[in-house]
Design a protein around this ligand. Structure first.
Ligand SMILES: [Zn+2]
Ligand SMILES: [Zn+2]
Length: 268
């Protein structure tokens, strides 16, 4: 049985790679990244933490466990060099060959640059590497979500990477998920999370036969989109992984002039 969230994600990636052969390359890479993230996450849990929980560091160096974190970065870069699609592999090699001070700068930039989603391949490396750490730090801070109605992550202020629909009464309620610290918070269903548009007619939703449980929720006012994973249609879905696997929906949306609210781990 898949127990930890990491094991569930890895198991789901294996299933989806079999179901959708065109995703095999990206999900194959995800299996390696997920395995690494799982190990890093376990390491962080086991490190004894002298600083009191409940503080959110502005910079990574504020956290005493940072030496362990930085020490595992070269290992992550090696993994990407070996297993990633060529675009990321080349970038990982370049970063690996640069000075440790540059790594620190890259990671710190990613940590604190919450206003602009990652854009260059090196930003995604940092984002994927720091993700388990962000999740770890967030898990030590109580989030007060009651009455929270914003579309930005209540912990790290980033834009959400996906939506999740869960059964509630006769319908589904939507929540948004942060792709960095993995905070999840409720958000009204018929509102554009980018510009706040509430007119149903301007918020078209598209689905495709190959992914009946994934909705491409677009906005014709600000021309952004976000994918929502409908767990009422498929209870086996693991939102983070199903989002990655439904790459053709991103290609479709982007061909039709919509820009994603926040790219996923692999820059889509
Ligand atoms: Zn967040
Ligand atoms: Zn909008």
């Amino acid at each position: 049985m898949a127990n930890t969230p990491w094991q569930q994600r890895i198991r789901r990636a294996e299933q989806l790679a079999e179901q959708h052969p065109f995703t095999a390359e990206i999900l194959g890479f995800y299996l390696h990244v997920g395995g690494f993230q799982q190990k890093l996450s376990q390491q962080l849990q086991s490190v004894s933490i002298s600083a009191p929980a409940g503080q959110t560091p502005d910079l990574l160096s504020d956290q005493p466990e940072f030496p362990e974190l930085l020490n595992s970065f070269p290992q992550f870069l090696s993994l990407v060099e070996e297993k990633a699609p060529v675009r990321f592999a080349q970038t990982a090699r370049q970063v690996h060959n640069s000075a440790a001070a540059d790594w620190f700068e890259l990671l710190n930039h990613c940590w604190s640059a919450n206003e602009r989603p990652p854009a260059a391949p090196r930003d995604f490396l940092a984002f994927a590497f720091l993700q388990p750490y962000a999740e770890f730090v967030r898990s030590r801070v109580p989030l007060h979500l009651e009455g929270y109605t914003h579309s930005l992550c209540p912990f790290c202020n980033r834009k959400p990477v996906l939506g999740i629909l869960r059964q509630q009464g006769d319908g589904g309620r939507r929540s948004l998920l942060c792709g960095f610290c993995l905070a999840e918070w409720e958000f009204r269903r018929i509102v554009c999370p980018a510009c706040g548009e509430e007119n149903n007619a301007k918020l078209p939703v598209y689905t495709a036969e190959s992914f009946p449980h994934i909705r491409v929720e677009c906005c014709d006012v600000c021309h952004t989109y976000i994918k929502s994973i409908d767990l009422t249609k498929n209870g086996l879905a693991v939102p983070l992984v199903d989002e990655l696997a439904s790459l053709p929906l991103d290609l479709w949306a982007q061909e039709h002039g919509y820009e994603k609210l926040h790219p996923n781990l692999f820059g889509m």
